[in-house]
Ligand binder design. Structure first.
Ligand SMILES: Cc1cc2nc3c(=O)[nH]c(=O)nc-3n(C[C@H](O)[C@H](O)[C@H](O)COP(=O)(O)OP(=O)(O)OC[C@H]3O[C@@H](n4cnc5c(N)ncnc54)[C@H](O)[C@@H]3O)c2cc1C
Length: 389
C-alpha cells in the first residue's frame, strides 16, 4: 500500500513536496497554520528571481539548472504561467562583489553576458542612469517567478492527486516512533508513516532539532510607481535591476509584469537589508524611514523613482543558517521525518527541485542528487571537528 505522508507547512517548499508526493501516489495530509498563499511567511510579494549566474554556493548551480525545466513542467501541469523570462542588469563598482561574482560564474558556465558602461546602459534603457565609474553586468537568462501563483499551482496539483489539505490548522507538536508519526494540531491528531516538515521562519518552534542553528530575519519589500511612462518598465522591454554601492549595500528591483503598475524594490545586502526578528515579534508594516531609504537609494539608478511615495510596503520573514545554506535531509533523531528548512532569501527558485528531493527522501530515504551540502548534520560535524582541533 502507498505510504501516508504528512507535510507540515504548505508554503513554497511544503506545497511542492505535497504535489510531488501526491503525484507519486502517496496519501498526503498537508497541514498549514494560515490560508493558501498567505502573506505571513516567506513566499509572498509577487516576484522572485531565478538565475543561473548565481553565486551563493557553486553547489547550487546544478539545482538552478534543473529548476528551469521543472518550472516549465509545473507550468504545463497547472496551465499557469509562473516564470517570465527577463534580462537583468547588475550595476556595481568595478571590483565590487556583485559584478565580479556574476561574471566569474557566467564564465564558468559558459553563459553569455555583456559588460556595459553607464552611457551604454542609458542608451539602451532611458530609465536607467548607472552612477559614474560603475560597471553593468547584463544577464539574458534570468526570470521572474510569481510566488503566490507557484504555491497555488502546487496546492492545486496536490489536491487534484488526492492530497487532503488542512488550512487554518496549527501544528502544536509531533512525535515519531517505529510505528509511524503522530501530529497534534488545533484540529485534532493525524497519523502517518512519514513526516515532512517545511516550517519556513517557524523552524525553531516546530523542527525539534536543537543542533541546527537558525537565524530569523526580516526584509522589506516596497512598491512604488515611477514618475515616467510605465510602458518603458514592462518586463518584456525593461530588465530586472540591482545596484551595489561602494559600501557593499545592494538593493534590487523588478520590472512590471503584465497588468502591474508598481515597481518592487528592496535592500537585499548590507546594514539596511535585514533585521533579526522572531515569528512572535515580526513587524509586517514597514517604517517611513525603511521605505524612504530604499526608494532614495534606487533613485541613484532610476531617477524617475526619486521623491516618489511608496504605494505599498511589507516586511517578509525568512529563516537561514549561519552558513546561509539550506537544510534538507533526514531529521537528525528520526529517520521517518524529513526536514526542508532555512531557504533564506535565495531559495524560491529551487521550489520544484526541493519538492522532488523531499519526496525522494520521504519515500526512499535517499536522493540521487548530491545534497550533502544541505545535510542537517553538518553543524554537528563542524562542532566536533572544531573541538577536536
Ligand atoms: C523578501 C524576500 C525576497 C526573496 N527573494 C528571492 C528571490 O528573488 N529568489 C529566490 O530564489 N528566493 C528568494 N527569497 C527566498 C524564498 O522566498 C524563500 O526561501 C522561500 O519562500 C521559503 O519557502 P518556505 O516554504 O521555506 O517558507 P514559507 O513559504 O514561509 O512556508 C512555511 C510554511 O509553514 C507554515 N507553518 C509553520 N509552522 C507551522 C505550524 N506549527 N503549523 C502549521 N503550519 C506551519 C507557515 O505558515 C508557512 O506557510 C526571498 C525571500 C524573501 C523574504
Amino acid at each position: 500500500m502507498a505510504p501516508t505522508v504528512i507535510v507540515i507547512g504548505l508554503g513554497g517548499m511544503g506545497s511542492a513536496a505535497a504535489a510531488s508526493l501526491a503525484q507519486r501516489g502517496c496519501r498526503v495530509i498537508g497541514v498549514e497554520r494560515y490560508w493558501p498563499t498567505h502573506d505571513r511567511g516567506s513566499s509572498h510579494g509577487e516576484s522572485r528571481v531565478i538565475r543561473l549566474a548565481y553565486f551563493s554556493d557553486p553547489a547550487h548551480v546544478p539545482f538552478a539548472q534543473e529548476a528551469y525545466p521543472l518550472w516549465q513542467r509545473l507550468e504545463r501541469d497547472s496551465g499557469t504561467e509562473l516564470v517570465t523570462p527577463c534580462d537583468a542588469v547588475i550595476v556595481g563598482p568595478e571590483g565590487g562583489e556583485e559584478v565580479t561574482a556574476s561574471t566569474t560564474v557566467a564564465d564558468q558556465l559558459g553563459q553569455p553576458y555583456e559588460l556595459l558602461t553607464p552611457s551604454e546602459v542609458t542608451k539602451r534603457w532611458s530609465t536607467l542612469t548607472p552612477p559614474p565609474g560603475t560597471l553593468t553586468f547584463l544577464d539574458h537568462s534570468q526570470g521572474v517567478i510569481r510566488p503566490e501563483a507557484a504555491v497555488s499551482a502546487n496546492l492545486a496539483l496536490a489536491a487534484r492527486n488526492g492530497a487532503e489539505l488542512h488550512f487554518d490548522t496549527a501544528v502544536e507538536s509531533w512525535s515519531a516512533g517505529d510505528s509511524g508519526v503522530t501530529v497534534t494540531t488545533s484540529a485534532g491528531e493525524f497519523t502517518a508513516d512519514h513526516l515532512v516538515i517545511t516550517p519556513g521562519a517557524w523552524a525553531s518552534d516546530i523542527l525539534a532539532a536543537p543542533g541546527i542553528p537558525m537565524e530569523i530575519g526580516r526584509l522589506v519589500q516596497v512598491w512604488v510607481r515611477p514618475a515616467a511612462d510605465l510602458s518603458l518598465f514592462a518586463v518584456d522591454r525593461h530588465p530586472r535591476f540591482a545596484l551595489e554601492d561602494e559600501a557593499g549595500r545592494v538593493a534590487s528591483g523588478f520590472a512590471l509584469l503584465p497588468g502591474h503598475s508598481l515597481v518592487k524594490v528592496a535592500f537585499i545586502k548590507g546594514p539596511d537589508a535585514s533585521t533579526p526578528t522572531t515569528p512572535d515579534t515580526f513587524r509586517r508594516e514597514a517604517s517611513a524611514a525603511e521605505v524612504e531609504s530604499v526608494i532614495d537609494y534606487m533613485g541613484r539608478l532610476i531617477p524617475s523613482l526619486r521623491g516618489q511615495e511608496a504605494e505599498r510596503a511589507r516586511g517578509c520573514i525568512y529563516a537561514k543558517t549561519p552558513d546561509d545554506n539550506f537544510v534538507i535531509g533526514p531529521h537528525p533523531e528520526h529517520e521517518n521525518v524529513t526536514i526542508g528548512a532555512a531557504f533564506s532569501v535565495h531559495g524560491f527558485k529551487f521550489v520544484p527541485v526541493v519538492g522532488e528531493i523531499l519526496a525522494d527522501l520521504a519515500l526512499d530515504g535517499r536522493s540521487d542528487r548530491d545534497i550533502n551540502v544541505f545535510s542537517p548534520l553538518r553543524f554537528q560535524d563542524t562542532a566536533s571537528s572544531a573541538s577536536a582541533q
